[in-house]
Design a protein around this ligand. Structure first.
Ligand code: ATP
Length: 300
């Protein structure tokens, strides 16, 4: 195992940031920690990277204990914190050199590992980090986290605030790093990114709701799910919520996702009810649940 987490709890005065968290990440796995703001993701990252002590429980990273072996862990892991962590007044090249130096290495020594990513920011190597775009900052931060050839990479919300094209590129880079044998624990609030991980853990209010592969997680969705559409989205949501048999109702792109309390759901009855509410152009079609639907259901 690359990461083991056993019964970890942590509170900040009255806030229980993590409650009895346990899971393991296998060597070479791309593991996603998925949850909303305040779920406890950053707290867990800080414990695993030895920057914070847990109140209870044990954890190991790359075979080292996060309390006793903190020095070995700091040499074996790369950490890209959620907030931009680089020196804004230093250039791209200076930042990278700086991180290489503190780990007693050089850019040249580990160039192979960062080459794919570095070539994309190299044209801006004389630019100060503070003047880079969000996507470029993120690539530089990733290079800095990789410069000492870590065995395990911790990425805390690496794509928050990054445009969709750069997000896609970033995940392609993660897949390539994984192929080089690096274990990756990545957190994200974006459900579409969850589907790209080998396994995911849903986390909410400091508790793990479920851990599995993205494919298995969607199979656990408990009810038939429907895409409902009509001429007025707001009135449609109100109408569905007024229907006595509704179980869940929430907007999902151009549709409303709907589940019914009954096992013998009859779409013509719902259609007639919505028409009686003044809605027009109504369509009700079965649809496959996504990771987001499963999270919404578990988070209820
Ligand atoms: N230093 C602190 N003092 C008090 N409460 C804190 C502190 N750090 C975090 N918390 C609280 O602990 C809980 C978990 O926070 P954490 O930052 O770990 O969550 P997160 O999932 O990373 O969310 P975010 O993306 O918003 O950072 C939240 O309720 C947060 O307000």
């Amino acid at each position: 195992m690359s990461i083991t987490i056993s019964n970890i709890s942590k509170s900040y005065k009255k806030v229980n940031a993590l409650t009895d968290i346990s899971f393991e990440v296998k060597e070479g796995e791309l593991f996603g920690l998925i949850g909303p703001d305040g779920a406890g993701k950053t707290t867990l990252f800080r414990i695993l990277t030895t920057l914070l002590f847990a109140d209870q429980g044990d954890a190991t990273v790359a075979g080292y204990d996060v309390v006793k072996d903190y020095k070995q862990i700091r040499n074996s892991v790369g950490y890209m914190p959620g907030k931009f962590s680089l020196y804004q007044d230093m250039t791209v090249k200076e930042n990278l050199n700086f991180f290489a130096t503190i780990f007693g290495t050089t850019i040249e020594e580990n160039y192979e590992l960062i080459r794919d990513i570095y070539v994309q920011i190299e044209p801006f190597k004389k630019r100060r980090a503070g003047k880079l775009s969000g996507g470029m900052k993120q690539k530089l931060a990733l290079c800095c986290a990789l410069i000492h050839k870590p065995k395990v990479l911790f990425l805390d919300e690496p794509t928050t605030g990054v445009d969709p094209v750069s997000r896609k590129e970033f995940w392609e880079m993660l897949k390539r790093l994984q192929q080089k044998g690096i274990t990756i624990l990545v957190s994200t609030p974006y459900m579409d990114e969850a589907a790209l991980c080998d396994r995911i853990a849903f986390i909410q209010e400091g508790k793990i709701l479920e851990i599995d592969t993205p494919q298995a997680i969607v199979k656990h969705y408990p009810k038939p799910l429907y895409n409902v559409k009509a001429n007025n989205m707001y009135a449609l949501i109100q109408g569905l919520k007024a229907y006595e048999h509704h179980y869940s109702v929430y907007p999902f792109g151009e549709f409303v996702h709907y589940t019914d309390k009954r096992t013998d759901f009859d779409s013509s009855d719902l259609n007639a009810f919505l028409e009686s509410q003044g809605l027009k152009d109504i369509t009700i079609e079965p649809t496959a649940p996504t990771i987001e639907d499963t999270f919404m259901e578990l988070a209820k």
